[in-house]
Design a binder for this molecule. Sequence first.
Ligand SMILES: Nc1ncnc2c1ncn2[C@@H]1O[C@H](COP(=O)(O)OP(=O)(O)OP(=O)(O)O)[C@@H](O)[C@H]1O
Length: 457
Amino acid sequence: MLKNILIVDDEESICRSLGDILVDEGYEVSTANSGEEAIKILDEEPPGLVLLDIWLPGIDGMEVLKTAKSQHPKLPVVMMSGHGTIETAVKATKLGAFDFIEKPLSLEKVILTLKHALDMSRLEEENILLKQKVSREYELTGGSLPIMELKEMISIVAPTNAWILIMGENGTGKELVARAIHRQSKRADKPLVEVNCAAIPEELIESELFGHEKGAFTGATEKKRGKFDLAHEGTIFLDEVADMSLKAQAKILRILQEKKFERVGGNKVIQVDVRVLAATNKDLEKEMEEGRFRQDLFYRLNVIPLSVPPLRNRKEDIPLLVERFLNDYALKEGEPKKVLGEDAIALLMEHSWPGNVRELKNFIERLAILSTSNVISARDIPPLPKEGHKVEPFRDFGLDFAAGSFREAKMDFEKSYLAKKLREFEGNISKTAESIGLERSNLHKKIKAYGLESKGD
Ligand SMILES: Nc1ncnc2c1ncn2[C@@H]1O[C@H](COP(=O)(O)OP(=O)(O)OP(=O)(O)O)[C@@H](O)[C@H]1O
């Protein structure tokens, strides 16, 4: 991208010669011979960078720097001076100058400094845009009473350091709640590290959470930092916390209590400062009763409970969510935004959305992809399961021995058998794989091939 550079120097010859060189380097250049002129240009047509002499008649360089920084805080300003002292350089840096170059100017130094300053400013811009994009992506949409109450609770508890347990059905937005809490907390500038407890094999849990030293076990070819280490001074989000084995729960409890750990294969004790957020879609009271979840861990995590309501209890959010997902889709694909007709929305409001917001989001994306017209009406909506009909993730498909060939019958059996076993272990892939003597990765492949995924995505 072409960047405009403003050179401010009362010596006409410097403006001219420096300007010519910078134009040759591919920059656009404008010049000012006084502080007053510079301020006028900054006001009317802000450049991408300023090369600013300190000694100017009238308003001097330091004053121009102050004005420039107050009007355009992100504008990189490089100071130049023939009588540079350490003090002036320090003062300029304190006022926000990017760098300080001494006269007589070394061309190499000027060009290198400009390049660094422009690179830095581009990175800053990109960073701001990315942060905006990410925070938009993770915004909780909804104006219903339960969602407004939830947002209110989030704004109260987020700035504290309290640990929070987020409960709710699959796809209700628990991860978004965790992100909102982190974003509104004092730790927002530090990392939010997510741990999907259900996805870590038990034997790797320590190395995932606490890291390992090089050579700690076969396969540990590099030293690796653990999730707790990475979350230092930030937030750790333990998702699907009830899907860990009891052994893994005990390990987590110990670190949560002591806030200290050693890397696998190491002997240095690492102390961390982390805020813990946890989420689950299980009924933890029931899990405890049935001996699948440790009580002490529950009390440790459940300092502040937050509950995310299912979509069927806040259907008035559906129109807003639909609007948001159609918008997101159009932006992502760079296509014109489609709209849903009132009749189509009315149809969506009748459905019970057992997969909650995730199901609605996927449904809307499919509609946006498949519909040929920009206004989607009720006629374009594929049939939705009847009200009250809860889609079981691993439903029994029944055996259809009318299936023609041996191969088809075998596939029917395999699908039905895996669905049954997955149901038995409540969708826990590790446990199912272990119980039926199949490799986890192999089971994953079969689940995909037979469309047995538990979630809509
Ligand atoms: N209120 C909301 N506004 C906008 N998008 C939402 C909202 N709630 C959920 N979503 C979207 O729905 C999807 C599922 O949300 P999320 O992953 O936060 O749910 P979850 O409760 O953590 O699900 P699970 O228990 O299955 O992990 C995501 O794509 C998320 O962006």
